[in-house]
Design a binder for this molecule. Structure first.
Ligand SMILES: NC(=O)c1ccc[n+]([C@@H]2O[C@H](COP(=O)([O-])OP(=O)(O)OC[C@H]3O[C@@H](n4cnc5c(N)ncnc54)[C@H](O)[C@@H]3O)[C@@H](O)[C@H]2O)c1
Length: 339
């Protein structure tokens, strides 16, 4: 990569997230989009025309034979993340894969192994880490401004909002790996866990419920959770409490909160809770307003060109999936599980 100044990218899967990746690469002056791929030929035609992309493919294997492409975004239904990311890594491409990393930790491990074997970057697109307030808060935490962070609380709560997706893949466990937890809980968990320094999980208590299948059409298979709650304990003594719902008879909303020995914080909007001389004070700094998807793709491109490790790395993807697997396992076994 030493003399290369631009990464030649391609996007596989042109749904909403795929389009955010595409726009991010276009906005990045260190990348150039040279191809897109989707099973839907008409969709490919529309996208190449609108964005002036040189070529499109309807078969990812054909696209991966193209030696010009350095890196690909995998923006496909969850059950394709591992197989197609591994194909891309084996074809010598760097991979930015959408969340969740995979359907299971075992799949995420196979992806990490393929990245290592081929000496290519594998980054996970966990976009909440890239907001201006999350980036600023992470710097404050790493500077020790909140002291020791011993508790985190995060939720992604929809009162009503069960996604179905093309051919119902979101609500079919064999294609999604799970429901609300793996789809949106992953955002909340990843963000709070990363802010806490990505400690090693040791024990998990989880409860997953599936109570709203009657809201989806009868001909669609529905065997996933629509509300999941968990507590995770870490080797360093810290804990996280998590909730994720697609449907619940309570108010919706999203939050990430952290408690430290010197101060606490929450995101959206960034608020710092601290005190001076026994008085509560507001020391909340102004967070920059950025496009999180643009920041995410830029980080991936920078890591490739600069030879640095992505902040959402292949190994973190494995641990994240171990936590999600652990929550489902704990729920099934109706007891705490050790990792
Ligand atoms: N980061 C975010 O905020 C965010 C938001 C939504 C979805 N996602 C994630 O992005 C991924 C895709 O979600 P989506 O909502 O776009 O799904 P989707 O089903 O709407 O679209 C996926 C696209 O991939 C195409 N596709 C399917 N199989 C393909 C194959 N074998 N080869 C090429 N193209 C193929 C489909 O034709 C479709 O255009 C999921 O993993 C989801 O969890 C992330």
């Amino acid at each position: 990569m030493s003399n290369q100044t631009k990464i030649r990218t391609a996007v596989i899967g042109l749904g909403w997230p795929g389009m955010q990746h595409l726009k991010g690469y276009i906005a990045c002056d260190r990348s150039e989009v040279i191809a897109v791929c989707d099973l839907d030929e008409k969709r490919c035609e529309e996208v190449v025309q609108e964005y002036g992309i040189p070529i499109f493919f309807t078969d990812h294997r054909k696209m991966l034979e193209n030696g010009e492409i350095d890196a690909v975004s995998v923006c496909l239904p969850n059950f394709l993340h591992a197989a197609i990311s591994i194909d891309a890594l084996n074809a010598g491409k760097h991979v930015l894969c959408e969340k969740p990393p995979a359907c299971t930790a075992q799949e995420a491990q196979a992806m990490a192994d393929a990245a290592e074997k081929n000496k290519k970057k594998l980054m996970y697109a966990v976009v909440q880490r890239f907001s201006g307030s999350a980036q600023l808060l992470k710097k404050m935490i790493d500077n020790g401004e909140l002291g020791e962070i011993y508790f985190g609380k995060a939720g992604y709560v929809r009162r009503r909002g069960i996604p179905i997706g093309r051919e119902g893949w979101f609500v079919d466990k064999s294609k999604s790996g799970g429901g609300a937890l793996i789809d949106i809980g992953v955002h909340a968990l990843d963000c709070v866990w990363w802010l806490m320094g990505a400690p090693k999980p040791v024990a998990i208590l989880g409860a997953a419920y599936s109570k709203f299948g009657h809201l989806v059409p009868k001909d669609i298979k529905y065997d996933v959770d629509d509300a999941t709650f968990a507590q995770i304990r870490f080797e360093n003594g810290a804990t996280i409490v998590l909730e994720a719902t697609w449907s619940i008879n309570l108010p919706g909303g999203g939050y990430v909160q952290l408690a430290g020995t010197k101060g606490g914080a929450q995101l959206n909007p960034l608020t710092i809770y601290t005190e001076e001389n026994g008085e509560e004070i507001n020391k909340t700094p102004d967070a920059p307003s950025v496009n999180s998807f643009d920041e995410e793709t830029k980080h991936f491109v920078d890591c490739i060109l600069d030879g640095s490790e992505p902040i959402s790395s292949a190994s973190q993807g494995v641990t994240l999936m171990q936590m999600l697997d652990g929550i489902y396992e704990s729920s099934e076994k109706k007891r705490e599980v050790q990792l």
